[in-house]
Design a protein around this ligand. Structure first.
Ligand code: GFB
Length: 329
């Protein structure tokens, strides 16, 4: 059966890609698969998007009409601090190949994924979409941040010169099933889930890096997935949109650790290693633009989302093919 829309999801086997696949396959409401849609979830086995040739071969094979671009070199605070040049170069290469090949293939719409860490570090709060280019990002992740900021610039250039409809979304910190649980390179929630799980299993202390004071807004991958599908189908701007819970749902890293200790039912000792970096103190973002479009969107409660993420991790801990303990592009 021929489909009007062939939707290619780069980075389709990662945290957000897997969540989109789950919603498309299971949601019986407005976010589920549509008759005229064919979805393709790319993995790194399809080819290395840092290569223009490999990217062209993928597009020649699947002939997408629409693209959700998630593929990127990603990682938590400590990995970003170690590999700033790799984060800059790998992501510049991947983004240029995906956007230019989309242009060459006359792709009708591309939705790329940025992150609130790209905003200026010295700013007024709450942060909104107009502030992206208003000053340097936090030093801990400037490689990643500048490569992602340039997607917004590329989108505007393709639109100005050719009229292409390439846009982007700016999620806050994302978490959920199918995350990367590497003890050094992962983001805070999967990193602490893995550490607390091992502490309970081995009867060892649970140690949280830093002071526990920094503040973050977290969006559950399954909520973000629905918003990506909505952006692909209905959001009609080239300008980016922040996808986040509200400012009032901001939590501290200590709150995060407490939620994980409860979800894992850990009874042992729990402390903070203040010799480790805290990174950016906060990046409080406004979701006012999103709520103007979707005033009734229901976000999953933080504690519920942490519980489901812990359940998925403990149920799949031994499924090496499902759980990533290392990074892939
Ligand atoms: O998710 P995360 O690594 O990144 O969170 P950012 C870091 C915060 O969690 C810091 C504390 O305050 C850390 O001190 N933390 C405590 C831990 N324990 C741990 C742990 O075991 N692992 C980790 N990773 N952190 C990233 C950007 O910033 O946000 C990325 O560097 C990306 O580029 C991502 O944008 C969404 O929120 O600080």
């Amino acid at each position: 059966m021929s489909h009007d829309k062939v939707i290619l999801v780069t980075g389709g086997s990662g945290l957000v890609g897997k969540a989109i696949e789950r919603v498309i396959e299971n949601d019986k409401g407005r976010f589920g698969k549509m008759e005229d849609e064919k979805w393709i979830f790319l993995t790194s086995k399809d080819g290395d998007l840092r290569s223009a040739e490999a990217t062209r071969a993928i597009f020649d094979k699947y002939k997408p009409t629409h693209v959700i671009h998630l593929a990127a070199l990603v990682g938590g605070l400590f990995k970003n601090m170690k590999y700033k040049l790799d984060f800059l170069r790998d992501n510049l290469l991947i983004n240029d190949n995906v956007l230019h090949t989309s242009h060459e293939h006359k792709v009708k719409k591309v939705v790329s994924c940025l992150s609130t860490c790209i905003f200026p570090d010295k700013t007024t709060y709450p942060i909104d979409e107009t502030m992206i280019h208003n000053g340097p990002p936090h030093d801990s992740n400037f490689g990643y941040a500048y490569a992602k900021r340039l997607i917004d610039t590329q989108n505007k250039a393709y639109h100005d010169q050719f009229g292409d409809k390439f846009t982007s979304v700016i999620p806050t910190n994302v978490f959920g099933p199918h995350d990367n649980y590497d003890l050094q390179d992962s983001h805070v929630i999967p990193g602490l889930i893995h550490k607390c799980y091992l502490a309970k299993k081995n009867g060892t202390p649970f140690v949280v890096a830093g002071s526990g004071k920094p503040l973050r807004q977290f969006i559950y991958s399954r909520d973000l997935a629905k918003l990506f599908i909505w952006v692909l189908r209905e959001y009609d701007e080239v300008d980016p949109i922040i996808l986040s819970v509200g400012e009032k749902d901001e939590v501290s890293i200590k709150d995060v650790a407490d939620a994980i200790v409860n979800a894992i039912d850990f009874k042992g000792g729990y402390s903070f290693d203040t010799t480790k970096a805290d990174g950016q103190y906060k990046k409080t973002a406004s979701n006012e633009k999103l709520l103007k479009y979707l005033p009734d969107f229901q976000f999953t409660l933080f504690e519920t989302a942490v519980k489901e993420s812990v359940e998925w991790f403990t149920q799949n801990y031994d499924n090496a093919h499902l759980i990533s303990f290392g990074n892939n592009v």
